[in-house]
Design a protein around this ligand. Structure first.
Ligand code: PLP
Length: 307
């Protein structure tokens, strides 16, 4: 199990290092009952004996924006939190990790109200590999019957714990029907994103991805891929995408901190292109790994050195 080898590790908890087994909360904790927390997902990568966190400042900045949307006063500056991420990786001697900053109402009560309630922040670091088992070969997707949340219901741009119950129900249904992952549409019926990934399509050599108006999380990997595609001479269009356009595109892939660049080779049982990982997807995945591992000096500003 994932945490079997974690007992010797530490979690940064409200400014102190706490042993993994002691980083616990009460069963009545508000955020556990109601999903009233915010979080981030960040990765660090190992390369030639060194280790770098990828786009740490951008992730912490999004964490602060999520807190602002929910009026959570975090009591730690962006700099303190970024330093705490690096310190936790060092303390745990982790070179390639998934990093989960998490802020939550750490108060035990039945009522919904959060005014004046205690907020805790934890930073958890775990060893982590591929998010999808068959990532290299490409995955199958099913368009969900569940709509993506929209900002009249819950702000999709905040990375809030409660949002993920929408993602979870879509994933459950996709997997029960035999697909690897779901793709959710927006309330307007346009393609939005995966449960924890942004989505891209290739049509006649152009990269197309749903825009902010499609109720997506503004992914940091999405932004990375847009910049890398443009840097490598591809044209990128952010626009509405119809469901049927996905079926006839040449290539499709997901992006995300966990998913990295994951090729999609079928959607609703229709093969994407020839059903194999496409050349533009492969090229962008290679460029992505070059950048995150520190092998491309052009993009070194995105890396924070740990070791
Ligand atoms: C709903 C959702 N969309 C997209 C993404 C991809 O975002 P990022 O690339 O910043 O990890 C994630 C993952 O954080 C997500 O949870």
């Amino acid at each position: 199990m994932l945490f079997g080898n974690m007992v010797e590790q530490y979690i940064w908890f409200d400014g102190k290092f706490v042993k993994f087994k002691n980083a616990n909360v009460h069963i009545l904790t508000h955020s556990m009952q109601y999903g009233s927390g915010i979080f981030e997902g960040i990765r660090s990568y190992q390369s030639n004996g060194n280790s770098y966190v990828f786009r740490l400042e951008d992730h912490i900045s999004r964490f602060m924006k999520s807190a602002k949307i929910y009026t959570m006063n975090l009591k730690f500056s962006e700099k303190k939190l970024a330093d705490a991420v690096v310190a936790t990786l060092k303390k745990n001697k982790l070179k390639a990790a998934y990093i989960r900053p998490f802020a939550f109402y750490n108060d035990q009560h039945i009522g919904l109200g959060v005014s004046g309630k205690k907020i805790s922040i934890a930073i958890i670091t775990v060893p982590f590999g591929s998010y999808f088992a068959n990532k290299e070969k490409g995955i199958s997707c099913k368009v969900s019957s569940w709509q993506r949340i929209n900002s009249m219901i819950l702000p999709p741009e905040a990375k809030a714990s409660g949002n993920y119950i929408n993602s979870i129900i879509a994933s459950i249904d996709a997997q029960k029907s035999g697909a690897d992952e779901a793709i959710l549409l927006s309330q307007e019926g346009h393609v939005a994103e995966g449960p924890g990934e942004n989505v891209f399509f290739v049509e006649d050599g152009t990269l197309i991805t749903p825009s902010r108006e499609a109720d997506i999380l503004m992914g940091i990997t999405r932004d990375t891929i847009i910049k890398l595609a443009e840097y490598n001479g591809l044209s990128v269009v952010e626009r509405n995408v119809h469901k049927e356009e996905m079926y006839t595109c040449d290539e499709a892939f997901f992006t995300g901190t966990a998913a990295e660049v994951t090729p999609i080779t079928s959607i609703d049982s229709r093969k994407i292109g020839n059903g194999k990982v496409g050349p533009i997807t492969s090229m962008l995945a290679d460029k992505y790994y070059e950048v995150v591992s520190g092998s491309n000096p052009e993009f070194k500003d995105w890396l924070t050195k740990v070791f």
